[in-house]
Ligand binder design. Structure first.
Ligand code: ADP
Ligand code: ZN
Length: 520
């Protein structure tokens, strides 16, 4: 049996060794048992069901939510000589008919089906007449209401267990958090399944997070210096920004294309195909782009805006370096990003609990940006994994950030928030600290509070950095109403009283150096 699987690996797929837990997963299914597989993007999930589908008799049925990608997957399998097909709403009636008869004749190794199609009584009846090798449920986190990709049709997939009790099932996802994991097992009736949880470490990805300081030019420098002519993805928050950045990059001689949900279907398809098939395309995109994209040689993923959670950051950066070769995950961020995301959150739908959860996730993301120790350790820790030693392949490991004793600065910054009633944004607070009598300051009478003009040892930019780090460390929070007011948290008390020493990152960006020199 094992040699069988191995021979398929070699002769069909052209690989010589299994990766990670592939082999055990494959054996589990071949034996007829169920499996729940959590593997990071690029970990090699597809082979976990493709090989057993070929080794077992009958057709392997793959349930995937991404109709647009079925064609690609099927084409790739066909090119390897595998008899694969897909059944979804894009097929004409007679095509579907031909396919059904091929299935019943046992002429198909693998059949991809969209979930909404699978749960139709007609499809189920058809499958009952055929011999099924296994069911693979891809992107299984779509069953989780807690995640972002929830799909109603996925909930009904538990019927597979009742209707086909003897057919082994495998559910796969790259979503790591424990809560989603449990939901998948419960909702898909996979409580008997063997769980395979791989490490989520992607050692070939170098994590780097910088402060925004002319973000477009920062990006351009990265592309020119380290990734000239290479394929990559640049994520932006809004469609409008995607268009502007793509255009600007083109003007700078970069082969960039935009991708977002506001483009027409054919245009999106065209750009996606070019990205997949041509060399060195830089895709500037919203998060509408990426799920299920299998392009092994994406050399960098850049974020020009803060992702809304560490999960999103991990998923998005995970699209880099799937081939295992060195890749860069680079991001430029500023506090205004967090404020913008909070505004969107405040205006968005969803109940209070949901908003609080999302807010918490956002603040964890900010925390990751401002840490002074290894980013990979922090990232893996967030997913419940422990990396014993600093990784040596992230910006904080490679260039440990310079820190300074910010105990007194934090005390001033926090008391300024307190004295002005926790109702003002960072610019106003800085005006008060540095003694800049703006109209707003004057009309609020803040030139009379005790924190007026007590912060001249730092420039406005330096105070901005200090405030950002205080937010990232959870000592301040940005209000949930979306106005950007900074408020004290419980965690800030000892710092407000100056009882707890605090080290913060020293700003080293160009614009700030001048300020540093001035004050030294
Ligand atoms: P996932 O679905 O987990 O994101 P894929 O199944 O698309 O990952 O695999 C990612 C890449 O790794 C693909 O290009 C695939 O061909 C390759 N790959 C998977 N397993 C192996 C293996 N055992 N040896 C070599 N390459 C592999
Ligand atoms: Zn590190």
């Amino acid at each position: 049996m094992q040699s069988n699987a191995h021979s398929v690996l070699e002769h069909v797929f052209g690989y010589h060794q299994f990766r990670g837990e592939q082999q055990t997963v494959i054996d589990t299914l071949i034996q007829g048992d169920d499996a729940l597989v959590l593997m990071p993007t690029g970990g090699g999930k597809s082979l976990c069901y493709q090989i057993p589908a070929l080794v077992r008799t009958g057709t392997g049925v793959v349930i995937s939510p991404l109709i647009a990608l079925m064609q690609d997957q099927v084409d790739a399998l066909k090119a390897l000589g595998v008899r694969a097909a897909f059944l979804n709403s894009t097929l004409a009636h007679d095509q579907a008919r031909a396919l059904e008869s091929a299935l019943l004749q046992g002429e198909l190794d693998m059949l991809y089906i969209a979930p909404e199609r699978l749960i139709q009584p007609r499809t189920l009846a058809l499958l009952k007449q055929a011999e099924i090798a296994l069911f693979a449920i891809d992107e299984a986190h779509c069953v989780s209401q807690w995640g972002h990709d929830f799909r109603n049709d996925y909930l009904q997939l538990s019927l597979l267990h009742r209707e086909f009790p003897d057919v082994p099932r495998i559910a796969l996802t790259a979503t790591a958090d424990q809560r989603t994991r449990t939901e998948i097992a419960e909702r898909l009736d996979l409580t008997q399944a063997r769980h395979f949880v791989s490490s989520f470490d992607r050692p070939n990805i170098q994590y780097r997070i910088e402060r925004k300081d002319g973000a477009r030019n920062q990006l351009l420098r990265l592309l020119r210096a380290e990734h000239a002519g290479e394929a990559g993805i640049v994520y932006c928050l809004s469609r409008n920004k995607v268009d502007r950045v793509a255009e600007w990059l083109c003007q700078q001689g970069i082969n960039a294309l935009p991708y977002h949900a506001g483009l027409s279907g054919p245009m999106r398809e065209k750009h996606q195909q070019r990205f997949l098939r041509e060399d060195g395309i830089v895709m500037v995109a919203t998060i509408a782009f990426g799920m299920g994209i299998d392009k092994p040689d994406v050399r960098f993923v850049a974020h020009l805006d803060l992702p809304k959670s560490i999960e999103s950051y991990y998923q998005e950066t995970g699209r880099a370096g799937r081939d295992g070769n060195p890749a860069t995950a680079w991001m430029a961020y500023g506090l205004e990003d967090a404020i913008k995301l909070k505004q969107m959150l405040a205006q968005g739908s969803g109940n209070e609990q949901h908003k609080r959860n999302e807010n918490q996730r956002l603040e964890s993301m900010l925390g990751l940006c401002e840490i002074t120790h290894c980013r990979r350790q922090a990232l893996l820790h967030y997913f419940g994994e422990t990396l014993e030693k600093p990784c040596g392949n992230c910006d904080t490991c490679l260039h440990p950030p310079e820190t300074f004793d910010a105990t007194e600065a934090a005390q001033k910054a926090l008391s300024c928030v307190y004295r002005t009633g926790q109702r003002f944004g960072v610019n106003h607070l800085i005006d008060v600290l540095t003694g800049n009598r703006s109209d707003k300051v004057a009309s609020a009478g803040h030139d009379h509070v005790s924190t007026w003009n007590i912060g001249n040892e730092f420039s406005a930019t330096q105070w901005r950095s200090i405030y950002r780090q205080l937010v990232a460390r959870g000592l301040l929070t940005v209000d949930m109403n979306g106005y950007g007011a900074l408020q004290l948290t419980d965690a800030c008390r000892p710092y407000l009283r100056g009882e707890q020493p605090l080290l913060l990152r020293k700003e080293i960006a160009k614009a700030k150096k001048a300020g540093l020199r001035k004050s030294q």
